[in-house]
Design a protein around this ligand. Structure first.
Ligand code: 13P
Ligand code: SF4
Length: 319
């Protein structure tokens, strides 16, 4: 604990010295989320993280999350230094959608608009016509459908299927998945719902279709927190990464929060659903990165320019 406090103090000083600001995702450790908040940084979902970084005047953005989040920050702020506590923090959606195979898939369907989730590499983004996150995907697909467009969707098959069901758009789905959300289990969820019949069920749309079908609310991490606040229920069952419980319990301190079960594990264990890559961000490697100013995100300028077009389309899209 003493050692932790020591790291926290050192990190605070370094952030000031280096004119750096922390931008953290809800899924990183509580202590990193708290530190971001205490130092004038920000904790949010992937869409808001991108917006915050682009608008903030700091010279250096310290992105605590996974690589695609650092890359998105760099695409939007090429003049800034973007560093991350570790460059090893990947995402199964990004890894499961390599540019060559995805590009070939797109080439086979030249009549379709290419819409990709933010959880992709900068190269995949550069191949896309649109980028979306789970907080605006339905609205953007709806707008494209209204224009009569047929769509290629990548990489998350569950989110893709959910949007397809919702909008009835003509979508061809890449078959990627998030290793964390893919683990939520219908049977165990039903048992939990039977035990807490008045609970409301909040689900991230990267979860399997059968789990989404049980939800009272489906949305991005930030939208799940807002839905929790708006809910009249005393108990919330939440199907997303356990990291979200930190901000969720601040938002609704009087509610009982229960993690949705992942298979055979206990319904309340801390290891129920937690992204192994998000967990790679620690006070120790954050401190080291700030001292050494290493782990910088670099993006080829030509590819960056291409990726910026669909990214700006998303940021300028209002609904
Ligand atoms: P959000 O856009 O909801 O923050 O999701 C990002 C993510 O990686 C979810 O697993
Ligand atoms: Fe990727 Fe899933 Fe981890 Fe989010 S939780 S970063 S989608 S692997």
């Amino acid at each position: 604990e003493e050692e932790k406090a020591d790291y926290i103090e050192k990190i605070k000083r370094l952030l000031e010295e280096k004119n750096a600001v922390m931008i953290a995702h809800y899924y990183v450790d509580d202590e990193l989320q708290a530190l971001a908040e205490q130092t004038g940084g920000y904790v949010s979902d992937s869409l808001d993280m991108a917006n915050f970084g682009a608008k903030h005047p700091a010279e250096t953005l310290v992105v605590c999350g996974v690589r695609f989040m650092g890359e998105t920050a760099k695409i939007l702020s090429p003049e800034k230094t973007v560093i991350m506590p570790t460059l090893e923090a990947e995402c199964s959606l990004d890894l499961g959608c390599p540019i060559d195979a995805f590009s070939e898939f797109c080439d086979q369907h030249p009549d379709r608009v290419v819409v990709v989730y933010a959880n992709t590499s900068v190269e995949v983004k550069a191949r896309a016509d649109w980028i979306v996150t789970s907080s605006n995907a339905i609205q953007i697909i709806d707008a494209l459908k209204a224009e009569g467009k047929k769509i290629i969707w990548g990489p998350d098959r569950h989110l893709g299927q959910y949007i397809k069901n919702k909008t009835d758009a003509d979508m061809l789905l890449w078959q990627g998945h998030c290793v964390v959300h893919d683990e939520f289990k219908l049977y165990e969820l039903e048992q939990l719902m039977a035990k807490y019949p008045d609970a409301e069920v909040l689900v991230h749309p990267e979860s399997p279709e059968a789990v989404i079908a049980k939800a009272d609310f489906v949305g991005s991490t930030k939208q799940i927190i807002a839905a929790g606040k708006a809910s009249k229920a005393d108990t919330l069952i939440i199907a997303t990464d356990y990291g979200l419980f930190y901000k969720m319990s601040q938002a609704v301190p009087d509610k009982r929060l229960i993690p949705a079960p992942t298979g055979g594990k206990s319904a309340t264990c801390k290891s129920c659903a937690h992204c192994p890559w998000m967990a790679m961000n620690t006070l120790v490697n954050l401190h080291k990165t700030l001292v050494e100013m290493n782990n910088t995100i670099e993006v080829d300028e030509d590819i960056r320019q291409k990726a910026l077009i669909p990214l700006n389309r998303m940021l300028n899209f209002s609904y």
